[in-house]
Design a protein around this ligand. Structure first.
Ligand code: SAH
Length: 367
């Protein structure tokens, strides 16, 4: 039993079953034993200088991903009127690979380079260290713990696979009620159980009455609150944000709680603190929140569509021209993984928002 499991069992013994949201926060970000606080989540299996990771993300698949996000940032900055000072912010930068590739490609626009103030928002000391190791010192990067610590000026925010790591809640249909799913202890084992608190029926899709007993529905107030704070910040400073994650555009039923360790699906109730826990992001409510905060929100798109519209094929073509066959084949494979429906092209979605609202119509990648 991991030390974190001991602690969680103690809390359950005192307070009763623990809602999934609380379970997730403790497992991922406990100051001493949390998965993100202590580990090296992102990356391949152990290699040379790199410790092993548990999962691979788009920026780790190919530099093309970070470069195209860099192009998106340069175009958003120009659409903002090329402000002489602006915050360039990444939240949850993992190994720092996306920012490294982004900074590299923006060298073509010296005014952008001179105007940017790079801030990385990272909760994990281990990952901060990894980011410091690969990012150029001349970029003068500041590390902060929260977006509240950003100075007031026009701001561009990017975040890849951040929202899925923020907590979510599950509700289970039980008679005419939807009760909260939680982690309890039954016969000495950590087990999913139900708590007596109910979801307001108005939060469910209209067809909830037709769902069979035991159906699950997920909500994520913490994600909505986070997007609301980000949208507030963009609204008061002007700027734009880009969130990329796996999930769906239309709310639905079902269980998307997912645990991953060493590139395999795992049991979310085992190896607490050594396992990544996530769920699919429901983008509909998040777009509604950004919109109600006063930002303009273009219709979110699938990652494949976004990357193709940003010029993925042209970039791969340029990078492959005159290069050996194995380089060209690697580029081809990266394009497929990032953009095809069999890869990450359909499951992953891209949500953007901007202020002033008119700016949202000029954000690249959403047409
Ligand atoms: N964006 C990176 C890493 C994704 S993993 C990539 O694409 O490779 C999730 C990242 O979110 C990690 O950097 C993790 O430390 C960070 N994170 C998790 N919870 C967070 C929170 N509450 N606030 C800020 N960052 C968080």
């Amino acid at each position: 039993m991991t030390p974190l499991e001991q602690e969680i069992r103690q809390r359950i013994a005192t307070d009763g079953p623990m809602p999934l949201a609380e379970y997730m926060v403790i497992c991922l970000t406990h100051p001493e034993f949390g998965y993100y606080t202590t580990g090296h989540p992102v990356g391949g299996k152990a290699s040379g200088e790199n410790p092993a990771g548990d999962f691979i993300t788009s920026p780790e698949i190919s530099q093309m991903f970070g470069e195209l996000i860099g192009v998106w940032c340069m175009e958003a900055w120009q659409a903002l009127g090329s402000p002489l000072d602006f915050n360039l912010v990444e939240i949850g930068p993992g190994r720092g690979t996306l920012m490294k590739d982004l900074l590299q490609v923006t060298q073509v626009l010296p005014d952008f380079v001179a105007a940017k103030h790079v801030h990385l928002v990272e909760v994990s000391p281990t990952l901060r260290k990894a980011q410091k190791n690969i990012l150029p010192t001349q970029a003068n990067i500041k590390w902060i713990g929260d977006i509240d610590d950003l100075p007031n000026r026009p701001t561009l925010i990017i975040a890849n696979e951040l929202l899925d790591a923020l907590p979510f809640r599950q509700w289970c249909k039980h008679g005419t009620d939807w009760l909260e799913r939680a982690v309890g202890v039954v016969e000495e084992k950590l087990t999913f159980v139900l708590r007596p608190n109910r979801l307001e029926l108005s939060e469910l899709p209209p067809d909830h009455l037709a769902q069979p007993e035991g159906t699950l529905f997920e909500t994520a107030p913490a994600r909505e609150a986070f997007v609301a704070r980000t949208a507030d910040l963009i609204k008061s400073n002007t700027g734009a944000a880009l969130f990329i994650d796996y999930g769906h555009l239309k709310s639905g039923y079902g269980d998307t709680f997912q645990a991953v360790r060493d590139h395999e699906h795992a049991d979310p109730l085992q190896q607490l603190g050594n396992t990544d826990l996530t769920s699919h992001v429901d983008f509909g409510p998040l777009c509604a929140v950004a919109n109600s905060t006063g930002c303009g929100v273009p219709q979110p798109v699938a990652q494949g569509q976004f990357l193709l519209s940003m010029g993925l094929l042209e970039l791969a073509g340029r990078m492959g021209t005159g290069r050996p066959a194995d380089v060209q084949s690697n580029l081809q494979q990266a394009v497929e993984r990032l953009a095809s429906p069999q890869g990450m092209g359909d499951l992953f979605k891209v949500m953007g928002f901007a202020a002033p609202t008119g700016l949202s119509e000029r954000l690249s990648g959403f047409s």
